[in-house]
Design a protein around this ligand. Sequence first.
Ligand SMILES: [Zn+2]
Length: 462
Amino acid sequence: MTLDALLDSGRNHPRRGFLKVAAALAAALPARLAAGLPAHDGSRPTPDGAPRHPQPPRVDGQRLNAILRVFRQFGGTDDGGTTRLAYSSEDIAGRRYATQAMRQAGLEVAVDLAGNLIGRRPGTDADALPIIIGSHMDTVPGGGSYDGHVGVAAALEIALTLHHHRIELRHPLEVVIFQNEEGGKTGSRALVGRVEPHELDIVTASGFTIRDGITRLGGDPARLEEAQREPGSMAGFLELHIEQGAILEAAGIQIGVVEGIVGIRRRNVTVRGAQNHAGTTPMNQRRDALVAAADFIRAVNDVATGMDGRQVATVGRIEAVPGAPNVVPGEVRATLEIRDLEMDRIGRVFAEIEGRARAIGADREVTIELDRFYESLAAPTDPRFRDIIEASAAELGYSHLRMPSGAGHDAQSMAELGPVGMIFVPSRDGISHSPREYTAPEDITRGANVLLGAVLALDGVG
Ligand SMILES: [Zn+2]
């Protein structure tokens, strides 16, 4: 079966035989992509492995964007988006394809105890710490085809480029595909020992608990703590990602040099009042949990808006119990999320919201509990890495801009192990977590070349 036939059969029969097609693709495609590809400038390596031309290597943009198109075979939807929930069959099929691509790039592939997929390439210096590149392949439900994918495809493409140009690095190189980024960065947080035992019981969007999901990916939830790595055990981590905002596009800038990633505090909110008959309970005798929740939502917005700074606070989910038209809701379950570049500020916003929740509880005769759900630390990127990324972009002749990241990323967890850097490429209309998410192929190629340049620079100095 040819590649095109494979792609067509996947399109025409999205359900029937999907996994068979996916498996066949995984087996067939990398060979085609990687076989005998010329270098970017048409030159071939000389027999002794040294490139004939001394100019710095570039990624193969066509191959890179082809890899991204293949990713869409695993959970791609007709509207251009992708739903590849962590731990789902699509996730597993996508990782199987990535495994094949890693092998094509000469990487030694393993799944760690946390279920992260890792491809390793040795360095020439036995004492050098690994340079780690990568991102995630899982999506939110109804998600896009670029968030995370771009960083994974670029990392795979860089490994392929190094392999086919026979470029040896002094440092070992690791390509990491982190698991369950969208559900709370489980994979990268496990590497820094921040996944708490209760999280394993959380049911993710795929319907699997994190515990079952880790097992499905080939990890071992019972030995999760052994997945933890030592601080200082890497030379650095570099992640290419779509911006997910509209700053680069609006400014007409090609490359974002990320200054830091905001911290996130999430709480499960439970409002408890009294469930009662909606027809017979007078208004002045109600302890309506949903009305109190409405006050709470307004308070969250007021607190975040009322303080100086760039903090954001959101109630993103709400559910009334029992949820019937003729019943005064006795309980409401909701979520609270606060983000900022400074953890102190997150703490101040949270304290203020807690105070408002107590006042609302007293006023409405309900209780409002804010249970710990998830927390990730704000992470400034390494100043030296910012310079390296900036220099890489400048050398390639790309415009660049320093900027913060309002979205959470695996790089944030990795910052606990050593220096990290992040590269952003523009998102059309700033849209993300939507099928309308889009980044132009040439922007993706530019980002991958900046990443490659940064890896080579880091290898030279680190
Ligand atoms: Zn992402």
